[in-house]
Design a protein around this ligand. Sequence first.
Ligand code: SAM
Length: 227
Amino acid sequence: SDSHFPVPVSPDEFDLSQHYPAYFPADKAGDGEEAAPPRRIRFADVGCGFGGLLVGLSPLFPDTLMIGMELRDKVTEYVKERILALRASNPGQYDNISVVRTNSMKYIPNYFRKAQLTKMFFLFPDPHFKEKNHRRRVISMQLLDEYAYVMEVGGIIYTITDVEELGDWMRSCLEKHPLFEALPEEEIKADPVVKLLSTATEESQKVARNGGQTFHAIFRRISLQEE
Ligand code: SAM
């Protein structure tokens, strides 16, 4: 059940200082300097599992705040501890990553404002094979509406799976959605993040060890005339 964790009623209530204390020092008042605009989370790793992607991304984008969203309590606690340990042994690093226990299928708009995110990641999501369980998949036309809302125009959504049928499903949802367009192959090749999709997470490493194939769909959030 997911009724036992707190969910912010709106993004304004989502307290980032607890997640990224280095970016939100407690005593900022009174020095007369113009306050910098508040920093926002830009990347979301949905169903982050044990957090390997966040750990891989952190040094590549050292000034970008990123969050993992994970439903399982113990796994979330593990990721929290992992990040705290990395911060402790690498002072000044890994301050930009954190994790929250939540059900991403229900609460994305509670955490992020319109056009806030520049990257969203869906790496090796649960396949939910049976037709009647397809509504539980983390990529669907309805959920893509929500993801489009919280993503900035130009932002990129990355998906990868070792389940061919799910890969086809995610790609076809993205192709059908008017607010997403496939990233051209040259851009995929040039994007340093793409390599992490199949190497950085615990699930990707398991698939690689077993010699499994992977299927990715990488799409850009585009704008419509009316927006
Ligand atoms: N992305 C990670 C990786 O590549 O190693 C984990 C992949 S694992 C197969 C899928 C993860 O999604 C699990 O950790 C699961 O608990 C999480 N998950 C499933 N449904 C979720 C939901 N509604 N909200 C947040 N996390 C969810």
